[in-house]
Design a protein around this ligand. Structure first.
Ligand code: NAP
Ligand code: ZN
Ligand code: ZN
Length: 352
């Protein structure tokens, strides 16, 4: 077994504390990654707090993982020692079902999540990237762009693909009016990708505080949702709305901003149910959809797209000792626009 150090939550809502654990030895098709950076996704907070239920502890969160390959199994073909690689939200899947065959592994019923999941041995808990090392089958590893700084690319592995996938599926591009609801980790990368695709991008944020930043990221328009006039002015305006908000909104108010046949895609996952009024959809043949991350092939396509368009994330780099503080700031919408943990800060001594 491989001895690993990291930070874990030992029970629901607990603060994260130094933790050591074991990972499996390298199998023939596995890669060992020396983790350099890991993004903090709002999902990590939902999971640590058991907000969606089903969390298992101790839990080492983190699914925006980047680093260098430090060892390869005897049959690995796609990577070599020293390559810059990434791991996103899942580390395996059944490889046999329809979604797996279609490159939509994220919808596989036997998906193995990067953390809060169970390894293929059926008993070992998976543990995420708030740690120094991870071992992953080569088919679930991504190649990171050479032209972008690694710490600025970590959040692409979840936030990036979560926005890229629905923007592609619902055909964001020239002539399309796209709204991004919520300007946090997901939202900020959504602006950059939708802008690069050629769509007109509008941000709907709590207040006007983030307006300047959004314009720099490529937003064409910016509105505060605290101002009720926003909802009058934009009625029937958008083709596509991507809702990244992590808590409940009055969704009917937002659906009303879609034009005929427009689509709202939910990617934010609040912990409580959302009430939808049928009229909000029926009166303009509107669609309400959901979308989860993306498959491995599409994630690589997104990384290559970001490389080509020089799209990197706006990050605040923190030592792991500040992770609990970062969680508090994320819950207060005080994030510009993704916290990324520098794993060099992990201290062996804390764990002795
Ligand atoms: P985040 O960085 O915290 O951003 C969320 C943003 O939503 C905030 O910055 C804020 O933006 C807005 N917001 C928060 N509370 C609000 C409220 N009460 N009312 C209105 N707006 C509010 O979170 P994230 O990492 O982007 O994740 C967002 C959500 O997506 C989470 O639920 C996460 O679990 C989920 N997620 C889903 C997938 C998927 O595959 N579907 C993947 C990753 C994450 P403003 O200040 O601009 O209003
Ligand atoms: Zn995530
Ligand atoms: Zn499958």
């Amino acid at each position: 077994m491989i001895h690993v150090i990291g930070y874990a939550a030992k029970e629901p809502k607990a603060l994260l504390v130094p933790f050591s654990f074991e990972r499996r030895d390298l199998l023939d098709y596995d890669i060992m990654i020396d983790i350099q950076y890991c993004g903090i996704c709002h999902t990590d907070i939902h999971q640590v707090n058991n907000g969606w239920e089903g969390s298992v502890y101790p839990m080492v969160p983190g699914h925006e993982i980047v680093g260098g390959v430090s060892q390869v199994g005897s049959k690995v073909k796609q990577f070599k020692v020293g390559d810059k690689v990434g791991v996103g939200c899942f580390v395996d899947s059944c490889r046999k079902c329809d979604p797996c065959h279609q490159g939509l592994e994220q919808y596989c019923k036997s998906i193995t999540y990067t953390y809060n999941g169970i390894e293929k041995d059926g008993k070992t808990l998976t543990q995420g990237g708030y740690s120094n090392t991870i071992i992953v089958n080569e088919n679930y590893v991504l190649r990171m762009p050479e032209n972008l700084n690694l710490e600025h690319t970590a959040p692409l592995l979840c936030a990036g693909i979560t926005l890229y996938s629905p923007l592609m599926k619902w055909k964001a591009g020239p002539g399309k009016k796209v709204a991004i609801i919520g300007l946090g980790g997901l939202g900020h990368i959504g602006i950059k990708i939708a802008h690069a695709l050629g769509a007109e991008v509008t941000v709907l944020s709590h207040s006007l505080k983030k307006q300047k930043d959004a314009k720099k990221m490529g937003a064409d328009n910016f509105y505060a949702t605290s101002d009720l006039k926003t909802f009058e002015k934009l009625e029937g305006y958008f083709d596509i709305m991507i809702n990244t908000v992590a808590s409940e909104l009055n969704i009917n108010q937002y659906l009303n901003l879609l034009k005929l046949d427009g689509t709202m895609v939910l990617v934010g996952i609040p912990e409580k149910d959302t009430q939808v009024n049928a009229f909000s959809l029926v009166k303009a043949r509107r669609n309400l959809a959901g979308s989860a991350i993306g498959g491995i092939g599409e994630t690589q396509e997104m990384l290559d797209f970001c490389s080509k368009h020089n799209i990197a994330c706006d990050v605040e780099l923190i030592p792991i000792q500040k992770v609990n503080e970062a969680y508090k700031r994320i819950l207060n919408s005080d994030v510009r626009y993704r916290f990324v943990i520098d794993l060099k800060s992990l201290d062996q001594k804390q764990l002795l």
